[in-house]
Design a protein around this ligand. Structure first.
Ligand SMILES: [Ca+2]
Ligand SMILES: [Ca+2]
Ligand SMILES: [Ca+2]
Length: 207
């Protein structure tokens, strides 16, 4: 029985895992659609998000995260490189250089769930920093709405309403995002038990 399923009768496990896999095939579907299948709700919403992230990062579709999923980049590590490298360093429990979905989900449970922003694993801060630098194209230390929209576009995120996430991420509502906003958004993505912005992160890992 996968360690990330708590209190679930073992007969449900395969179907819950199947629901997560199904999300991979319909990555543009909304989280709420999983509620159609009552069993899928036994997986916490943040794990559904992380499971989708796994599918996006597994670019060679072999069912594990490894260096083989990473494309070389010209200007320093990409957000996807920061994440996959961080996951492997911190959560590859059997140290075979590959991380399965279950290993990732149990790493999230062990090292991320229940932590504050300040005590997140350092690689998640590096991730937020890397995304922020990518968004702040004019380098003024803030991300404006146009920079945010351009970032989504460059990550091929064209879902209607994706740019509306800006208002949720801009916690003080002053029309620009700070690095702290991005760190908070990263924390929410991996821990929040409610629906939180995720298009920005999808753009980040496909850029
Ligand atoms: Ca892979
Ligand atoms: Ca800027
Ligand atoms: Ca702001």
């Amino acid at each position: 029985m996968p360690t990330w399923l708590y209190g679930t009768p073992s007969s449900d496990c395969a179907e819950v895992a199947g629901a997560a896999g199904g999300l991979a095939l319909a990555s543009s579907s909304t989280t709420s659609s999983t509620a159609d299948d009552g069993r899928a709700t036994t997986m916490s919403i943040y794990k559904v998000r992380v499971s989708r992230l796994f599918d996006r990062l597994d670019t060679n579709r072999d069912g594990v995260l490894s260096p083989d999923d990473l494309r070389p980049t010209a200007n320093g590590p990409s957000p996807a490189q920061v994440l996959v490298t961080g996951f492997l360093k911190a959560g590859d429990s059997n140290t075979d250089g590959r991380m399965t979905r279950d290993e990732l989900l149990s790493h999230v449970d062990r090292a991320i769930t229940g932590r504050s922003v300040g005590t997140l694993p350092p690689y998640l801060h590096d991730f937020a920093d890397t995304v922020f630098r990518g968004m702040d194209t004019d380098g003024n230390g803030k991300v404006g709405k146009d920079e945010f929209a351009q970032y989504l576009k460059s990550g091929n995120v064209i879902d209607p309403g994706a740019t509306d996430e800006f208002a949720h991420l801009d916690r003080d509502g002053d029309g620009s995002l700070t690095l702290d906003d991005l760190r908070a958004a990263t924390h929410h993505f991996f821990t929040a038990l409610n629906d939180v912005p995720q298009h920005w992160l999808h753009a980040a890992v496909s850029a």
